[in-house]
Design a binder for this molecule. Structure first.
Ligand code: AP5
Length: 222
């Protein structure tokens, strides 16, 4: 049976950072809806042109476009054994669509770690975030997770940049959008018995330990 893990949480909670750890541990692809949109914007595709204004303003891209994009991503063979989903679903309509899609692969959402942190912490994290230009951009923070060489990725040497939507006013709006449109998914997955609370207001390694333990993977050093 394939394994599907959905990382839920506000902007800056650490979903992308932790998705990379889980993808490596479980040998599953990390599917980030935000990364796929950004790649499409960079390549000036039709999807990128449609999504750009929403992302720039901190609004959600419409459900139909987002669901089709994820359906297309799932059609690739690397998803045969499951996936770590980061940033999708983000609305009840997307969650229903995901459930239907996974039924088609004999799968279901197995676990939804809900990573939370206080709003002032989220704002500080996003203000100091630096992302690598390579696909699936590795993520750094100028204080909490600095690269060895300022401005360059430790892993592939690519240039680091600051996302347009990490400007203070856009971040505040993204958090409002999250509270209004995405928080209903907390109850949605709680009712289905798959939600697990993760304290995201802890150092990165500590959050990884909580996640691995919730997912039943042995934690190194224990
Ligand atoms: P997306 O790219 O998904 O952004 P997001 O959900 O707002 O999440 P972020 O990437 O900002 O935060 P994160 O939780 O991944 O944190 P990270 O690990 O980077 O979406 C962008 C846009 O695309 C949306 O606004 C929307 O327009 C569109 N979109 C995407 N998906 C969509 C969907 N399904 N439907 C419709 N529209 C969609 O960490 C943040 C920083 O904190 C980093 O610097 C990191 O180093 C640091 N950090 C992480 N963990 C810790 C820790 N424990 N302690 C200290 N620092 C930490």
């Amino acid at each position: 049976m394939p394994t599907y893990i959905v990382l839920l949480g506000p902007p800056g909670a650490g979903k992308g950072t932790q998705a990379k750890v889980l993808a490596e541990k479980f040998g599953l692809p990390h599917i980030s809806s935000g990364d796929i949109f950004r790649e499409n914007i960079k390549n000036n595709t039709e999807l990128g042109k449609l999504a750009q204004t929403y992302i720039h303003q901190g609004e959600l891209v419409p459900d139909d476009l987002t669901i089709e994009m994820i359906r297309d991503r799932f059609s690739r063979p690397d998803c045969d054994n499951g996936a770590i989903l980061d940033g999708f679903p983000r609305t009840p309509a997307q969650a229903d669509a995901l459930c239907k899609m996974l039924k088609g692969f004999n799968g279901k959402v197995d676990l939804v770690p809900f990573i939370s942190a206080p709003q002032n912490v989220l704002i500080k994290r996003l203000a100091g975030r630096w992302t690598c230009r390579a696909m699936g951009g590795h993520v750094y923070h100028d204080k909490f997770n600095p690269p060895k060489q300022v401005g360059f990725c430790d892993i592939d040497g690519s240039e680091l940049y600051q996302r347009d939507d990490d400007k203070a006013e856009t971040v505040t709006h993204r958090i409002e959008v999250y509270l209004k449109q995405t928080t209903p998914l907390i109850d949605y997955y709680k009712e289905r018995g798959v939600l697990v609370q993760i304290n995201g207001f802890a150092p990165i390694e500590e959050v990884s330990k909580q996640l691995l333990s919730a997912l039943g993977k042995p934690v190194e050093g224990k």
